[in-house]
Design a protein around this ligand. Structure first.
Ligand code: URP
Ligand code: ZN
Ligand code: ZN
Length: 484
């Protein structure tokens, strides 16, 4: 009987805090040894000339979210798993929906069952769109007790957005329960007003999506989201930061010691508002919220990443095909931008685009890349040290990476269920050649080989960043934050 089930030999192991040449020994799905030489293994993968990265952790992605009228969005857990593995990602945190007028417990039960059919290890954020007494005092605590340790709120979008009063209610409940709150920050009323004005003037094309939601609407909502979180002393993560104006709000708050983290996504360093002005109706393929900005803004986002203000890069994979009944093109009817579904596919592209635009082009280091795409999301989501790092005791989730390989992105390479990729034709340097999830090779040379139903639910513990100071039962602490 061999000492190890698997040995990954001869690779450059990227820890996020330096790179070392060593072998990795795996037993029962976990890393049990890091050594100069591991000889006695049942299976050996030679990784000479390759980087060995911790498997990617994508802490913001939308998969198979059930819709109020029945059905679910296009990407199933099985197809999403294939796409994630194709791109070197092994764990995800995705979203249990709440629809207005409905509870959350039944959705949680349903979503757990859906996720169990995939191959990815997974955890959830619980969306709160209707924080009624019954939901907040009865159902949310039950879902949280299952290990769902983050609540997600939208400050825009019909019918999901919360008023400030509702957002405060979610913050206080999250503090009481030991959860992180993740926030979509754009100003709902401002966007509605701009949209109405644009449509009144016949400006209906996809490119006006960006005109309807300029950086100031993101900056304002980011400021407000942070200020209210500061009032409650509740940690938040600001999702998908697209512009320096919003990132500066985060940086200022961080400098004051406020518990706020910032996430960005590949689309905010690789796509622009000009993409939404492509001929015909093609621009719809690039529509997501916040809107992609400009090359100048990309440079500012990279700067905010280097400074550490933005410390997580997720995909915000939220996929709608271009064609089809529910597709972006709305069956050729050339829909008004307001009615085009928001979101783009990005699972498989996330790591290659960030590695290429970031590491290969000298904007960030390899260590930065590992932390931004794996270690930091795992830590913030409470999944580390099991996920997001190459260390003895961690799950053997690895991406074997060829840093020199040049690939032109095509939709077929993305392996998702969607009929396009916004990165079609982009040449990247750096590509995953194998993905290993808990010691199993789930992707090799682009071929995904994993059994549906093998993904595991990852329950999370309460946030230790939340240290209640004599919190009264409803979560409201009347004392002002220390020293203020
Ligand atoms: O356009 C986007 N980002 N769609 C996904 C939902 C969200 O806002 O995260
Ligand atoms: Zn969002
Ligand atoms: Zn999202």
């Amino acid at each position: 009987m061999a000492d190890y089930d698997l040995a990954v030999r001869g690779g450059q192991v990227a820890t996020g805090f330096g790179t070392v040449r060593c072998d990795i020994g795996v037993k029962d799905g976990r890393i049990v040894a890091l050594a100069e030489r591991i000889a006695d293994a049942a299976r050996v993968i030679e990784a000479g000339g390759l980087l060995v990265l911790p498997g990617g952790v994508d802490s913001h992605c939308h998969i198979e979210e059930p819709q109020p009228g029945g059905g679910a969005n296009e990407e199933s857990f099985a197809t999403a798993s294939a796409a994630a593995f194709a791109g070197g990602t092994t764990s995800v945190v995705c979203f249990i929906p709440q629809w207005k007028g409905h509870g959350v417990w039944d959705r949680y039960v349903d979503y757990r069952a859906r996720a169990a059919k995939g191959m990815l290890d997974h955890s959830f954020h619980q969306i709160i769109s209707d924080p009624t007494d019954a939901v907040m005092d009865d159902e949310v605590p039950r879902v949280v007790a299952e290990g769902v340790r983050s609540l997600k709120v939208f400050l825009t979008y019909e019918p999901l957005h919360l008023s400030d009063a509702q957002y405060l209610r979610v913050l206080t409940k999250a503090r009481e329960l030991g959860c992180l709150v993740t926030v979509h920050c754009e100003n709902y009323d401002a966007i509605n007003w701009r949209t109405a004005e644009l449509l009144k003037h016949g400006m209906t094309a996809p490119k006006y999506h960006a005109w309807a939601r300029p950086p100031v609407v993101e900056r304002e909502a980011t400021h407000r989201a942070i200020a209210l979180a500061e009032l409650v002393d509740q940690p938040i993560q600001v999702f998908h930061v697209s512009c320096a104006e919003a990132a500066e709000e985060i940086a200022r708050a961080q400098a004051r010691g406020v518990k706020v983290w910032g996430e960005t996504c590949p689309q905010y360093v690789a796509l622009t508002a000009a993409d939404m002005d492509r001929p015909g109706f093609e621009g719809a393929k690039f529509m997501c919220s916040p809107a992609p900005r400009s090359q100048e803004e990309h440079a500012r986002i990279w700067e905010m990443i280097r400074r550490g203000t933005l410390d997580v890069i997720s995909s915000d994979h939220c996929a709608f095909s271009y064609e089809g009944d529910k597709g972006k093109r709305q069956n050729g009817a050339d829909a008004v931008f307001r009615d085009i579904p928001n979101g783009i596919p990005g699972f498989a592209a996330r790591l290659p685009v960030i590695f290429s635009e970031g590491v290969s082009k000298g904007r960030i280091t390899l260590d930065d890349f590992v932390r931004l795409t794996s270690t930091n999301p795992a830590r913030l989501m409470g999944l580390a040290p099991r996920k997001g790092m190459i260390a003895v005791g961690a799950d053997a989730d690895l991406a074997l990476w060829d840093p020199r390989k040049k690939v032109t992105i095509t939709n077929a390479l993305m392996q998702h269920a969607i009929d396009y990729t916004p990165y079609e034709g982009l040449e990247v340097t750096g590509w995953p050649v194998a993905t290993i999830r808990r010691g199993d090779v789930v992707m090799r040379d682009g071929k995904v080989q994993a059994e549906p139903g093998t993904g595991r639910f990852l329950p999370r513990a309460p946030y230790d960043l939340i240290r209640p100071r004599g919190v009264v039962p409803d979560g409201f602490d009347p004392a002002p934050p220390a020293g203020r």
